[in-house]
Design a protein around this ligand. Structure first.
Ligand code: BV8
Length: 251
């Protein structure tokens, strides 16, 4: 069992009213979803995610990019939330104000019971018309790869934010507002390399929040954080939840 949670952090968490948590792909690693920068497996081993997760890559080879997301969607559908996801859902119910911002597109926070995670980079289970950018739900019967929009005939695309694309304005606004008011900000399972997501920790620091990093490695945030809790989020987050007294619901 991971521990102990630093006693002064437990005190601060007991006094805190506004908690903000930002997760990256490390939070889903123990669910068997590869982290974003881990070497890709099998069919995709020769590609780097940054080479595939762009509008240019999709325009250059729509079938390859569509199939990459179809493969990831299958993998995510077979994955289960881990103890870290459940601990965050339990902590959300414990605090008056709790904002969960996720860079992950796998939907595992919702499946663990988090009520309204801010999906900073979209969701792999959402499909959009490439031209109209509106959600499309009925396309399974089509032969085309990628399938076409039933209204305008343009290609369909995954409802995720690609490199070079803007963060959905509402997600950005809600995230920045939450970080500007945070008493405690957690950065969980992210290499803190992707912007503007990585800016959110700075916003929280400037607002005087206590910043806690949960990661198995050091990141560019580590030297700025008040606490660096080294360990897998599936162990560290339940330990934090128990320390603040929400242990009864934590898996
Ligand atoms: C934009 C969806 C402009 C797709 C993703 C400065 C300001 C603004 C932009 C930029 C900037 N500098 C550079 C940019 C451009 C770019 C960027 O940041 N590039 C990086 C590579 C330098 N940013 C953008 O393009 C963004 N858009 O700025 O647009 C704009 C503005 C207006 C109008 C038009 C345009 C959009 C970025 C979003 C890209 N989409 N995902 C998909 O999933 O396919 S990003 C992708 O990276 C995932 O979402 C992922 O979550 C995210 C971050 O990666 P991590 O989650 O951190 O994953 P990683 O593998 O790196 O690290 C895992 C960590 O977990 C490690 O630290 C590891 O130690 C740890 N770990 C592992 N196991 C565990 C663990 N920790 C705990 N427990 C464990 N068990």
């Amino acid at each position: 069992m991971w521990g102990p949670v630093p006693t002064d952090l437990v005190t601060r968490l007991a006094e805190a009213r506004r908690i903000v948590v930002m997760t990256g792909s490390g939070a889903s690693a123990e669910s068997g979803v590869p982290t974003f920068r881990e070497a890709q497996t099998g069919l995709w081993a020769r590609f780097r995610p940054e080479e595939l997760a762009t509008p240019e890559a999709f325009m250059a080879n729509p079938e390859r990019v569509w199939n990459w997301y179809a493969w990831r969607r299958e993998l995510v559908a077979r994955a289960e939330p881990n103890a870290g996801h459940y601990a965050l859902a339990a902590m959300e119910r414990h605090y008056d104000e709790f904002a969960l911002i996720t860079q992950n597109v796998d939907g595992l926070h919702q499946r663990a019971g988090s009520r309204d995670p801010i999906e900073f980079h979209g969701n792999i289970d959402r499909t959009l018309c490439f031209d109209e950018r509106k959600p499309v739900t009925d396309w399974e019967h089509q032969e085309d790869v990628p399938p076409r929009c039933p209204d305008c005939g343009a290609w369909l695309r995954p409802g995720v934010v690609w490199f070079g694309e803007a963060i959905p304005p509402e997600a950005l606004r809600r995230s920045q507002a939450a970080c500007a008011e945070a008493d405690v900000f957690f950065s969980v399972g992210t290499s803190s390399l992707v912007y503007p997501a990585a800016d959110l920790a700075e916003t929280a620091l400037r607002a005087g929040a206590v910043v806690v990093e949960v990661n198995v490695n050091d990141t560019p945030l580590s030297s700025l954080a008040d606490y660096c809790l080294k360990g897998p989020s599936g162990d560290v987050l339940p330990a934090i939840a128990r320390a603040v007294g929400v242990g009864s619901h934590v898996h």
